[in-house]
Design a protein around this ligand. Sequence first.
Ligand code: GCO
Length: 456
Amino acid sequence: MTFETTFPDSFLWGAATASYQIEGAVAEDGRLPSIWDTFCAEPGKVLGGESGEVACDHYHRMPQDVALMKELGLDAYRFSIAWPRVIPTGTGAVNTKGLDFYSRLVDTLLDRGIRPFVTLYHWDLPQALGDQGGWLNRDIKDWFAEYTGAVVGALGDRVKNWTTLNEPWCSSLLSYSLGHHAPGHTDRVEGLVSAHHLMLAHGTAVPVIREACPDAEVSITLNPTQVIGPDDPTDADLDAMQRADDVLNGIFFGPLFHGAYPPTLLENTAHLTDHAYIHDGDLEVMSAPLDNLGVNNYFPTRVKHTDGATHPLPGGEGVEETEPHPPLTAMGWEINADAHHDILMRSSQESGLPIYVTENGSAWPDVIETGPEGESVHDVDRTAYLHGHLDAVKRAIDDGADVRGYFAWSLMDNFEWAFGYSKRFGIVYVDYDTQERTVKDSGKEYARIIAAHRTD
Ligand code: GCO
């Protein structure tokens, strides 16, 4: 191992997970279905018909999993709260048993000296709210504020790092325009409307968090992606790049940090909608000041102009997504640490805020081997990806971005949404038959890097 890049002493080392991807126990202690339980049950939506029903059984193995975090030397743990555990019907009665699980998790983390970073929404919307239109219903801003108040009211005495939403791009455009995620709709306008309501819910929740937890550090996690065009772009290619950037990045950077949508996004979608879902005053709510920005980033996006079919994203006229450049991960994602550096710089400039890399990592076809010293996973590719991307983070810091921490995706292998259990992102291997956890070589290397930075 030759990785010797050094980070500032205050840099925070973490790992991330999400409720539906690890918890299991979907019908326990009063939890009711989310839109993901429903989506998984629909034939053809998730590879192998798999679901988060058992996942990593984290709900029952939480103390051991926190012990594992301690063993790795993590400073911080980023997890999400399942809305359908806390308010199973979406609005109304709070389920104390559901909330207690997270309260125990927070106490266990704090006992071990690990700082909790809590995400309020990582895609598991109560089905009861899905039945009322989900993110297409403007009332969701109030439903989300009510849920936020319940959670922050219960945990805000111990949790300071609060993130409203994880990757609103995925819960809007990927879910309502591209149909890959729950609820699986394929409508260009719905992608725009749901994105707007996500931003509105976010902006409505920010003051609720501050009220319940005055010393909170409030954040949102986006998944911006560097848009790369052909080497010698024509004007038409530049237009395609702008359109792609608007619907991937500007659609969130604009409302959050500039108080307006990109004008080109509005122009290029005007033939689809009159944008009547944008009400007076909305942009003001959406741009509520934040304390930091979470960035999840794995790969860049390559586009060029086409005279062929319109891309299914809104404003996709003339846009063609082109093949990623090798080397690729098991997801088929381009490994491009320079693009990671560039998107951190961009995120820093757009937001003017401190940044946390709240997710970054890679999937590989891991093989577990049994030897004299027990089980091991020699995931050299994941380790190389980790080194390359950490180095890119450090370059971004040197170039002036205030990046304050890095969370590996993921602490352990888990339910990878539409890909079921077929893709492993963990730095810890999970045997889904026995629920045994094995720290992979990449996890050991991450622990070594963290230990090398310990100052206390
Ligand atoms: C996302 C989510 C995670 C994924 C991870 C790998 O970025 O899509 O936040 O839940 O599992 O990114 O795809």
